[in-house]
Design a protein around this ligand. Structure first.
Ligand code: ADP
Length: 281
């Protein structure tokens, strides 16, 4: 990862958080559901996956995946390469056609994209040389809410400002995205998701390529985002840090091996089942 020489300190001010739970950090007093909603007010926003099966033509990528989670939690998708983690994230994002099963968001079948669900691709899949400022990237988060008939309003500008502020990107808003460090790039994409007023953030390998301080900052940020009531679901490779970064795990090897709180499901036996057959592949 390259830290830009003019970067705003080591990955920005999220590094100035103390111990993860040392204070009830509510950045700027904003609730997750900036556009209204109800997370944290007794009506948990629930995401439920029932008997999901997804295929790419002849390749069966996922089958028998069934779990339910809700706002305020963070979930790690764990499994070897090709296990179906990205496929599951894309399915939850409404980007793929399901072969069987269903995905329910707030009790309703998810059909196509919803502005309440934000998908953040792997950083390696993004063309960081595309000429775009941080602010323009975050403004893109408003497009799904605008519709073709409505102009970018003061309300939209206000939400973009709040998202930039929450992710500590105000000083960097005019910078090209190509000139951001890895941690800043992650925060810029999360800011776009906040501007979108997303309740659910789907992140593909968010920790990959970040140095240790940036990983800690992102982990603290995850805690803030879930405490505010958002649901985070991320594919994750580093088995040593699962416990630190996430509440729940889903172990996957095309089929679901286990799902539940890290303390209960992230066991040696489940990991062996998840990785054993591919260890020599
Ligand atoms: P992971 O994210 O866990 O590495 P993926 O979801 O990317 O796994 O892939 C799951 C399976 O689906 C793999 O066998 C992969 O080769 C296959 N696959 C993924 N994307 C495509 C695609 N666009 N076309 C065909 N097969 C795909």
């Amino acid at each position: 990862m390259v830290n830009h020489p003019h970067s705003n300190g080591p990955e920005g001010a999220h590094g100035d958080h103390g111990a993860p739970h040392d204070h009830a950090h509510q950045p700027h007093g904003d609730h997750v559901c900036w556009g209204g909603g109800g997370c944290g007010h007794g009506h948990a926003h629930r995401l439920e996956v029932r008997s999901l099966r997804v295929r790419y033509r002849e390749v069966l990528a996922l089958e028998d995946v069934s779990f339910a989670t809700e706002c305020g939690r963070s979930l790690a998708l764990i499994g070897p390469n090709g296990a179906g983690k990205s496929t599951l994230l894309k399915s939850l994002a409404g980007l793929l056609t399901l072969d069987a099963g269903s995905i329910l968001w707030r009790g309703q079948p998810l059909t196509g994209k919803s502005h309440e669900i934000a998908y953040l691709p792997q950083r390696g899949d993004v063309d960081w040389n595309f000429p775009l400022t941080v602010r323009a990237l975050v403004e893109m988060g408003r497009y799904p809410n605008l519709g073709w008939w409505r102009k970018f309003s003061g309300h939209d500008a206000d939400i973009v400002l709040r998202a930039l502020t929450a992710m500590d990107l105000l000083d960097l808003q005019d910078r090209q995205i190509s000139a951001l460090s890895g941690g800043q790039q992650q925060r810029a994409f999360i800011a776009r998701a906040l501007a979108q007023e997303a309740h659910v953030l789907l992140l593909d390998e968010p920790f990959t390529g970040l140095d240790q301080p940036a990983q800690e900052n992102l982990s603290n940020l995850f805690r803030d985002l879930t405490r505010e009531g958002r649901l985070l679901i991320a594919s994750h490779h580093d088995l040593r840090t699962v416990e630190n970064h996430f509440d729940d795990v889903l172990l996957l090897r095309r089929r679901q091996i286990a799902f539940g709180p890290v303390a209960e499901s992230f066991t040696k036996a489940n990991l062996a089942q998840t990785y054993e057959a591919t260890a020599t592949a």
